[in-house]
Write a protein of this length. Structure first.
Length: 261
């Protein structure tokens, strides 16, 4: 558990030093790498709406069809992981309680179960059974991978871009920022961090080939008839929104999946 102690410590330091929010759109707009024409690389900017999220991409270099391949991979992932799209593997799993997944997604389930174990159930998937590529759940339950889906998607897309020859990229999947390599001038990417619920910056972080993921209770919430505010980050021990004094947390890692989890 030493590794996880370090991860949790980093989370606490980041969350307790100040309330934070990654400026997703601003980071993509304002941190454009200085493009050196002698490299011959071309800038590609495009936006995709998927997984209920506006995804913004800024890519340098790579094959001519890299945008098409990125869009295709996003569609493939959404078609598999969507819990609302009738006939998707996740939809079938929740309806039938048993489904055969492609190896990639069965492995994603196994990674999620390992994360559950490593966090002592803070990320709770304990009642999922994976046998080979077949996933099963209890008769009275449903499951979704929203807690790790965007982070996993960002990680997959970063690897895809590298395979397609991209050496420099910055993209945003909501609160998930992913970088590929450095800026085209060789310097680190600078990701702005905004104060939660405030229109100001706390500062930022310089990263290379990293995921920077932010989440907080102020992002998705509603106020109940009892006057209480209910947000989307749940405590599995209570079944209610987590109340631990943290307004927002930013995690930095090589793995977007790990950041999300």
């Amino acid at each position: 558990m030493k590794k996880w102690c370090l991860v949790i410590l980093a989370l606490m330091l980041c969350g307790c030093s100040a309330s934070t929010k990654t400026a997703e759109t601003e980071a993509v707009k304002n941190d454009r790498p200085v493009l050196r024409t002698e490299t011959g690389s071309e800038e590609k900017n495009f936006t995709v709406f998927a997984m209920d999220t506006v995804m913004q991409f800024q890519i340098y270099g790579g094959n001519d069809d890299v945008e098409e391949k990125v869009r295709g991979k996003i569609e493939e992932l959404e078609d598999t992981l969507s819990v609302t799209k009738e006939g998707s593997p996740m939809w079938n799993l929740n309806e039938k309680k048993n489904e055969n997944f492609a190896e990639e997604f069965a492995n994603l389930m196994l990674q999620s179960l390992k994360l559950c174990k490593d966090t002592d159930g803070a990320l709770d998937y304990r009642k999922i059974q994976v046998n080979g590529n077949t996933v099963s759940i209890e008769p009275d339950m449903m499951v979704g991978l929203g807690s790790v889906g965007k982070g996993y998607t960002a990680e997959v897309l970063a690897n895809l871009m590298k395979e397609e020859g991209v050496t420099s990229a910055l993209f945003s999947l909501g609160g998930n920022i992913q970088t590929v390599g450095t800026k085209s001038d060789g310097s680190d990417w600078f990701i702005g961090i905004r104060a939660a619920e405030e229109d100001r910056y706390l500062g930022g972080v310089s990263v290379t080939d990293k995921a920077v993921v932010t989440s907080g209770g102020y992002e998705r919430y509603f106020t109940g008839d009892d006057g209480q505010v209910y947000w989307h980050i749940m405590d599995p021990k209570t079944g209610a929104p987590a109340k631990n004094g943290l307004v927002s947390v930013t995690i930095i890692s090589d793995s977007g999946f790990l950041c999300d989890g």
